[in-house]
Design a protein around this ligand. Sequence first.
Ligand SMILES: N[C@@H](CCC(=O)N[C@@H](CS)C(=O)NCC(=O)O)C(=O)O
Length: 213
Amino acid sequence: MTARYTLYGLFASAPSYKVGLMLTLCDEAFDYVHVNLREGAHKKPDYLKINRFGQVPALVDNSNGKTLCQSGAILEYLADKTGKFGGASLDDRLRAREWLFWGWDKFDAPVYRLRSWKLGFRSFEPAVVELYQAERKAAFDTLEAYFVSGHDFLAGDHATIADIDLYGVAAVAHQGDYDVSAHPHVVAWMKRIEALPHFKPQATLLPQESRTA
Ligand SMILES: N[C@@H](CCC(=O)N[C@@H](CS)C(=O)NCC(=O)O)C(=O)O
């Protein structure tokens, strides 16, 4: 039987992990389609009908045929549909959105790009590497300062999609040679996410091949 959701992704992709993590934390079984980026599957016409940007992840809600892309937008949709991790109040929802936009602005790019560089998928001039390194440290400093000021989660007293989204980035930073332990309050926050029921780590959550739920 087809599961309610089908996730299109790549096991090594951090944005794909964010969506897989949200589904997993919501205890939602999902079908999974492995999109082979090396073979250009993400630029084929059939896939572009699901994600017009030609990227992973994408999500199909099989209950209504909706196709969604952009991991943050998918998290918002899933929060709406499951009633989980959306924030307990309007203030929490607003704070969560602020962190999501901040992440896309300041956090995701330097972490992802230095990871791709370290893994040999992209090359940058030394000055560009230095710039991303400075931006990555500044973003971790921002998170550290926020948690030092006494917060357990990014929006309100409980985990929201902002935590799931930014955790998905922080969890791969070490693969770009970043020492997250330099930010002990960020590490403590990551451990709080890892303690949530049903949590699975990035290394094992998404399979390397397509599968049904
Ligand atoms: N902002 C997007 C980023 C997605 C993204 O960069 N996906 C990468 C894989 S990790 C991809 O599909 N790259 C191929 C491309 O952009 O052509 C999201 O969060 O969904």
